[in-house]
Design a binder for this molecule. Structure first.
Ligand SMILES: Cc1cc2nc3c(=O)[nH]c(=O)nc-3n(C[C@H](O)[C@H](O)[C@H](O)COP(=O)(O)OP(=O)(O)OC[C@H]3O[C@@H](n4cnc5c(N)ncnc54)[C@H](O)[C@@H]3O)c2cc1C
Length: 365
């Protein structure tokens, strides 16, 4: 009986789309739910060429990857339900979904794959609630999805990939980036993205933080200052910049709401964004019928999210009898090889070690 219930995938970003594609290819019934009116998650906001190796779509723009995943899911005839927010799940694999904030339905799943992504971190300082202070992802959505420029003079807080990529895209959209502020002594993003801003003359303020934002109706200026060894601002180094927008690019935290409701155990791994569900090598959480993939299972990249989605899709299909042992093993081995290749280099090795720790811990508990 279990075999005839659908596998429910929540989140149609790169991770969820790939999981659903694998399940459908194996012949398993699958329903893919997403709260947005278009699938793709973060991919359609990403107009830059992806980093990584060519095999993993480096050099391809995020939205092009999104389009090809959508084409594949359409060809396969996957049941994609949009504008559908999942508001509850329980350990008995019952999923509560609300469509267009108007009607709700209860779906009984055979397996649940959670691909709900991550939430951007905020930073609080005097004036942070003024209109004009926003997260970098919000600014990216405004320019790349809605074609609206959030402001003319922008200060970016955080020099990781998100900060520098969004900074460059704001410049391309016609804004002036007056600076990138980074509390650490060195810059965080990939050199290729940082260099574009440096070449355009954008100043980088390392060892510096934002102290306050001021304005009457909305943001008019920001004060920044260097920090001491305990990251406390040094008052004598304060300087004020005229800006109408501050973009906070200070990290992401895995979205845990649904996995917590499903009863999945968690682990704290700062390298991957903080608290996240424990998972094994097949992306199975501590509740064996619930899988967690992509940023919700530790913040990495779209390329790793896609591979994790594939891994979970293949394993879930096999666990329901839709794939032979040999096929499952072959597909899992191929996917793991690609994942390992993605987790190399200075940034990748840290993520590789962190993931290995999560898998090891899942065997102990
Ligand atoms: C500025 C920027 C640049 C980046 N550049 C790159 C890059 O060059 N290369 C790269 O590999 N990666 C890049 N990334 C990272 C990449 O976008 C993410 O790692 C990737 O999108 C994660 O995929 P995901 O499927 O886990 O989550 P997401 O893409 O976030 O998708 C999650 C989906 O789940 C939906 N959802 C969440 N909760 C619910 C719910 N309760 N009900 C229904 N739907 C729900 C969300 O609305 C969303 O559509 C970048 C990210 C940013 C912000």
């Amino acid at each position: 009986m279990e075999k005839h219930k659908p596998v429910v995938v929540v989140g149609a970003g790169p991770a969820g789309l790939c999981a659903a594609i694998e399940l459908k290819k194996a012949g398993a019934p699958v329903i893919l739910l997403d709260e947005n009116d278009k699938p793709g998650g973060q991919l359609f906001k990403q107009i830059h060429k992806f980093f990584g190796s060519r095999e993993h779509k480096a050099g391809t723009r995020g939205f092009t990857i999104g389009t090809s995943l959508l084409d594949e899911s359409l060809k396969l005839g996957i049941d994609v339900r949009l504008e559908t927010e999942v508001v509850g799940v329980d350990p008995g694999l019952r999923v509560w979904a609300v469509r267009q904030r108007a009607s709700s339905e209860l779906i009984e799943a055979s397996r649940l794959i959670l691909a709900t992504g991550a939430t951007e971190n905020a930073l609080s300082f005097p004036g942070w609630t003024l209109p004009g202070v926003m997260t970098a992802g919000c600014a990216q959505t405004l320019i790349n999805v809605y074609r609206v420029l959030p402001g003319k003079r922008v200060l970016i807080i955080g020099s990781g990939n998100v900060g520098v990529i969004v900074g460059y895209q704001l410049m391309q959209s016609g804004a002036e980036v007056v600076g990138i502020v980074e509390a650490l002594p060195s810059l965080g993003g990939y050199g290729v993205h940082t260099a574009k801003l440096a070449r355009a003359g954008v100043p980088f303020y390392t060892g510096t933080t934002v102290v306050r934002a001021e304005g009457v109706e909305s943001l008019e200026r920001a004060t920044i200052a260097q920090v001491d060894g305990s990251f406390k601002p040094i008052a004598s180094t304060e300087r004020t910049l005229d800006v109408d927008t501050i973009c906070l690019a200070v990290g992401l935290t895995p979205s845990l709401e649904l996995s917590s409701l499903a009863g999945c155990r968690t682990i704290y791994v700062p390298e991957l964004g903080g608290r996240m569900p424990l998972h094994d090598e097949y992306m199975r959480s501590s509740v064996q019928e619930v899988y967690v993939v992509g940023d919700t299972a530790g913040v990495e990249e779209a390329s790793t999210a896609m591979e994790e989605g594939r891994l979970a899709g293949v394993h879930a299909a096999w666990s329901l009898g839709y794939m032979s042992d040999d096929d499952m093993k072959e597909r899992v081995d191929e996917t793991k090889q690609r994942l390992n290749a993605l987790r190399q280099g200075v940034f990748g090795q840290k993520r590789f070690n962190a993931k290995a720790r999560i898998i090891q811990e899942s065997q102990l508990r």
